[in-house]
Design a protein around this ligand. Structure first.
Ligand code: WQD
Length: 326
């Protein structure tokens, strides 16, 4: 098998490439390097620089590397940005996927793994979100991921392509400092940034109907997430006709306040947080039921929140050496 990993030079993609390689799978990275970094691609893994909107380039890459499966992660992923630039998100995330699926079916590639998101659920009013919980996305970003799932499933049904859509919950951590997320758009790096600048970390609202009033999320280590891709890829390759939709989370809720306390413990900083008004569109609680993937494929997460923060902090200190405390 050779797997084409679109977005393989990105934060999550690079972890998937690494996990695939460790599992003995051959990979090729396809990435437009708009946010991906070529240095994240390991030696010996070919890197094709190209956009998923470029059908000819995709067709050539699939043929030249005799690709037999695709893991599609290349996408835009910022919720707020998607509200301001919806057409860009629909173009990259939906049209890019449509062009890719066209190339994949023309080349008769048998397996396809799609990177989806818990954002498809929107504001779920349940304790644990199951895959059959209704999907009511709240942002253009979430809409493009849900539309993507529809495209993938419909193509599978029409052509026999074996498919899986993986709904990631809140991804964090790194396998190594140089693979850490360099963006500052999620809770952990945003708290790191404030602490490094000797400012108070912010809690966006503490009047939610949760035990401590702050939002509860299901944080998943990127190393576990990458392992889940290997498990799913192998399931697709072992038998045809799959049409999987799977949550990738730990099934454990952690509040913003609890996360900040963990961050203090790991980093040695203790500046108390400031509570600001709620951030518009934030659901009070989004926690996965991780049962389906456990029952169907035997996968479950191994790393806890401490591991995520410790490894994310090592990555942060690498790029912000002034943050280190002895
Ligand atoms: C987590 C919690 C904030 C920063 C988003 C997408 C989701 C997924 C992951 C990709 C929230 C609170 C944050 C801060 C805070 N992406 N917060 N102070 O919003 O749960 O999920 O990223 O697929 O689709 O929606 O993640 O890390 O931004 O926030 O209080 O300085 O931390 O309000 O409750 P979110 P996040």
């Amino acid at each position: 098998m050779t797997w084409l990993i679109t977005g393989g030079a990105g934060y999550i993609g690079a972890h998937v490439v690494r996990a695939m390689a460790e599992a003995g799978e051959r990979t090729v990275v396809y990435d437009d390097l708009s946010t991906g970094l070529a240095e994240r691609v390991p030696d010996g893994v070919p890197l094709v620089a190209g956009s998923t909107l470029d059908g000819d380039r995709l067709a050539r890459a699939l043929a030249e590397h005799s690709v037999t499966g695709v893991v599609h992660l290349a996408a835009k992923k910022q919720v707020g940005e998607s509200v301001d630039h919806p057409l860009e998100y629909y173009r990259e995330n939906v049209e890019g996927l449509r062009v890719l699926l066209e190339a994949v079916t023309a080349a008769e590639v048998p397996s396809f793994v799609f990177s989806s998101s818990a954002a498809v659920y929107g504001m779920p009013d349940v304790d644990l979100v199951r895959e059959e919980t209704p999907c009511v996305p709240l942002s253009p970003y979430g809409e493009t991921k849900l539309a993507g799932e529809w495209l993938v499933r419909a193509t599978g049904r029409a052509t026999g392509l074996s498919t899986a859509s993986l709904r990631y919950f809140n991804v964090a951590g790194a396998a190594a400092p140089e693979l850490a997320d360099v963006g500052v758009s999620n809770l952990i790096p945003m708290v790191f940034e404030k602490l490094t600048e000797n400012l108070a970390p912010r809690i966006f609202g503490d009047d939610y109907p949760t035990p401590d009033g702050t939002c509860v999320r299901d944080y998943i280590h990127v190393v576990d997430l990458a392992e889940a891709h290997v498990t799913v890829a192998r399931a697709l390759q072992s038998s045809a006709g799959h049409d999987l939709t799977l949550n990738i989370g730990r099934g454990e809720g952690v509040s913003v306040r609890e996360m900040i306390d963990h961050i203090y413990a790991v980093t040695g900083y203790h500046r108390p947080p400031t509570v600001t008004p709620r951030r518009p569109g934030d659901p009070a609680r989004v926690v996965a039921s991780a049962d389906r993937i456990a029952v169907e494929l035997g996968w479950e997460a191994k790393h806890d929140v401490e591991d995520m923060i410790t490894s994310a902090w090592a990555g942060w200190v690498r790029t912000h050496p002034e943050a280190a405390r002895t």
